[in-house]
Design a protein around this ligand. Structure first.
Ligand code: C5P
Length: 247
């Protein structure tokens, strides 16, 4: 990759985005992982990468793929004439291990965004605003307020073998304090690399949780409701409708 140094000519940190696309996408059903499914004429993953390239022309792109799909993606890019500088990295057994593999390709002293390849609907404005804010804070996480009333429930196995839900006694969720965390989450790369040197823990659900376990506080900024993570077939229907509306 070019630009292996950590600061650009203006003394600003160089910008990297790690696009996570090594998941198998089992909740979607079907054989092709969701990052490769069609979203209004382009693969979901292509649309995601294009948002970051449109936000900053000096963006360094690292794409993490399952070893099984490295050739698939190279062929897709050639056939679709999607020619952009991108470093391809083989993913690991969990998202944590995939991020850790990618961080080997990121220098210290840079800004590194980690973004789910299956979130193609974020705006160029969000990327620009977050990279600007992240110059001044070490760890920046986008969140959206919770709009539904939240119930704290647990799954219970009935005698007939069916699973039901029941309230956890005494547990209440105050909606005012609940926010959903999205990606991209942006970090000073020396912090993220140090945090990812920790041993894997099953409580790591996003990059922010890895950094918190390392003992650092996170900063928060407003995310976007349309920045959905395409996880189920319903999400894909929604994403296609949103993409059509943007035209
Ligand atoms: O599985 P989950 O929905 O949390 O995946 C979030 C993102 O992380 C997806 O874009 C997926 O491709 C990626 N991932 C990965 N390596 C894994 C598992 C998930 O890059 N081993």
């Amino acid at each position: 990759m070019e630009n292996q140094g950590s600061a650009n000519q203006n003394g600003m940190r160089k910008k990297y985005v790690v696009i996570m696309a090594a998941g198998s996408g089992t909740r979607m059903g079907g054989s092709l992982p969701k990052q490769f499914l069609d979203l209004s004429g382009k693969a979901v993953l292509q649309r995601t990468i294009e948002v970051f390239l449109e936000a900053f022309e000096d963006m360094n792109v690292v794409v993490v793929l399952s070893p099984d799909y490295l050739d698939y993606w190279k062929k897709y890019c050639l056939e679709r004439n999607f020619i952009c500088p991108q470093v391809l990295v083989a993913g690991g057994i969990t998202r944590f291990h995939s991020v850790r593999n990618a961080l080997e390709r990121i220098p210290e002293g840079a800004l590194v965004a980690v973004h789910d390849g299956v979130r193609p609907l974020l705006s160029v404005d969000l990327v620009r605003r977050m990279f600007s804010e992240a110059e001044d804070v070490e760890a920046l996480v986008p969140v959206t307020p919770c709009v539904d009333t939240m119930k704290v429930l647990r799954k219970v196995n009935g005698k007939d073998g069916r699973q039901t839900l029941e309230a956890v006694p005494g547990a209440k969720a105050d909606r005012e304090c609940l926010f959903g965390a999205q990606t991209p989450q942006i970090f000073h790369s020396e912090l993220l690399k140090a945090a990812y040197a920790q041993a894997y823990d099953t409580t790591f659900t996003d990059d922010g949780s890895v950094v918190e376990k390392y003992g650092k506080n996170l900063s928060y900024t407003m995310g976007e409701r349309l920045n959905i993570k395409i996880t189920t077939p319903d999400d894909l229907v929604l994403a296609r409708a949103i993409e059509q509306c943007k035209r």
